[in-house]
Each structure stands twice: as C-alpha cells, then as structure tokens.
Design a protein. Structure first.
Length: 165
C-alpha cells in the first residue's frame, strides 16, 4: 500500500514536471528584430483599413517599430480625432510589451490581481494592438482605434495576418 502511494506520487510529480516544461517552452521569449520596412507597414495598414471599410467602420491605424516609434499612420476620413493617439499608444504597448493589448483588457476585466496592469506605464488595456512578427522576431506592431474595442481588434488582426503571407 505504501509503495502504491509512492508510485502515484511519482507519476503526479512527473506529470507536473512535464506540464511545467511544456509551459516554459510555450513561453520562450520572442526576440526583437529590425524595424518593419515602410512598404510592408503600408501593406499592414491597408489590410486594417480594408477590414474597416468592409464593415463600415472608421479607423485610425498606426504601425510602429520594435521600439514603439511611429513608422506609418493612416486615419480614415471621419474617424474621431481621439483615435489618433490611442491607435499609436496601442501599437506602442503591443511592441514594447511583446503581446496584444487584448491581454491587458482581459486582465483588467478579470479584476483582482489583474487590475495591477493599470499601474504599468504604457500598457494599454484596450483591444486593438498586436505585435507584428516575422521569422520569429517582433519587427513592429499595429494599433487600431475608432470603433468598439472588439472592432479595433478585428481590424488589427486582419492587419497582423498580412505578416503570415
């Protein structure tokens, strides 16, 4: 009986070790690469604008380099002025923190310890910012603002999908 408990415990520890190993492999850091070339930035922004037009939304689209500096910007006619800075801030947040801004939105929505995100300078907790990855490296980020956060995220996802082509 005692030996049976030891076997169960050993199997449990092995399972935990394998789960931890898989988790650590999944969390390998994505490195920064060189800045996105302007022509590629224009293609990425165009994909966001196309998605917005398809749905009748008005958006501002910002493309930044890995350091969060603006590379390209486009605002559709009629887009609210406040979306200019917010699109840039979303892109900058996604580049600097190497993750979509939706991660922060979800953390804040979850409450509790997730609210600490509100004290991270430059972390924008509103969907619409996504890192742009090429050859496993972050070469910039896209930020979209103008609609509801889910609409911004949909346009940003369409833009980021260009990187896979």
């Amino acid at each position: 009986m005692h030996q049976g408990k030891m076997v169960v415990r050993a199997i449990s520890l092995l399972g935990a070790a394998l789960a931890l190993s898989a988790s650590l492999q999944a969390q390998q850091p994505v490195l920064y690469g060189g800045p996105i070339p302007i022509e590629k930035a224009k293609l990425v922004a165009a994909a966001a604008v196309t998605e917005a037009q398809k749905n009748g939304w008005l958006m501002a689209v910002a493309i930044v380099d890995p350091s969060g500096y603006l590379i390209f910007f486009e605002k559709m006619d009629g887009t609210q002025i406040g979306s200019i800075q917010l699109s840039i801030a979303k892109a900058r947040s996604a580049a600097l923190f190497k993750r979509p801004t939706k991660v922060y939105e979800d953390a804040v929505a979850g409450g509790g310890i997730g609210l600490r995100i509100l004290k991270v300078e430059g972390a924008i907790p509103i969907e619409g910012g996504i890192p742009l990855v090429e050859n496993g490296k972050i070469i910039g980020a896209v930020g979209v603002s103008g609609g509801q956060s889910v609409q911004d995220g949909q346009c940003a996802s369409a833009a980021a999908a260009i990187m896979a082509k």
